[in-house]
Design a protein around this ligand. Sequence first.
Ligand code: SF4
Length: 406
Amino acid sequence: MMAESHSESTSESLTTTSSTSPDQSATITISTPRRSHHHVPEIPIEIISEEEMAILDAAFAATRSFLPSAIRSSPSRIRSITMLSKRKLSACSSDIEDSLLHRFRKNQALGVTDLTGTEWCEKQMENVLCLGRRKVSKAMKLGQARHLELEEEVVKRVRVKVESNEDKWALKLLSSIAAVNQFLFEGRTRELLLVGFVGGQWIVGVIDEVRKASTEDSSDTGPLLSDTKTRVRDTLPAEPQRRNGRLQVMLYKLLWDTVVKEEFPSTRFFNYFALNRHEVLSQDVRDNIADAGIPAQTLEEIVRYYESTFKMLPVANDQLLLRYEFQKDRSIIAEIRFTHDPEWVMSKYKEVIEFWRSEREAEYTPEEERWKCRYCQFAKSCPGNPSLESPPATSSPPREPRSLAS
Ligand code: SF4
């Protein structure tokens, strides 16, 4: 278990995305905003995210050739580690000089879920990258289905044929432009994809919900960013999970503010993602772009629209929102409002980027949070798991009832 399931990793979308390669024609799912009583232009929204692609790539990483393990640990645990080495020769060997970023996210943006997963436990993230993620649990599937349902309240899915990476990126950026338009016309949008260059690194995030702030929300008029977590239990999760959720929404604000305030480094964008700015997009994609009222033939033109669209927007509200929903009856367990903390989020961001750049060894989750190990797919072989050689404790992570909701 990392944090609760959320919208950036739907198994359905993973399957769809996996069929798309730069050399082959493929069909991907996009969505159009649903009509409301307000007039809203019919603009396609693409919901396949770079984050989803990144997660898929992590799963594929498990199938890559494994190299001898060089895991370090105390002598008392050597036996278990040796067993691990025999069972799954680690591709995360410190003999490999290339960074995790370069090995597992080459020409890709880091997803916000990559960053929050790293904050949960760096060692777990490293193992996921090198050994693969276990299958999606029933609870995660339910959470994903719920996110899809919430999304479909405001958007309608359609399918578009893509023939190149330029096509895929054009649709992604078009989806962002469409979501911004929906926000401007209706005051709310969901699943808004954002890509930006933050502190020297390309980051992609799919913001669960963006809506205009009311006077009850805040005196600040900036758009209110929020995320909904679905819960199997009718309780708030432990503080480390709530912290992870706060980090996620603060990262969305960091990304949003960067995109609206700073110049979009388009040359860097085309170079990093290995995209041809002048390539004429496929007919299907151009048709969708034309339907959206945008006269663009190439990715470069769409990039310019993306940049100018976000330049019209204010920075996000300093107040952020995390909503916890009970899976069984969809009642709200809690709505937690909190204030953006720019110093804290930047320090966490730097820590996580150091890990991805392999500037230091991956760390186990802190001692006081080792209860996470009981829910970890690597618990049976991880030297950081305190129960590796003793029976697991029966206690559970601290949970808090609904009454503590702020
Ligand atoms: S067993 Fe614990 S320390 Fe090891 S990877 Fe899992 S959560 Fe992290």
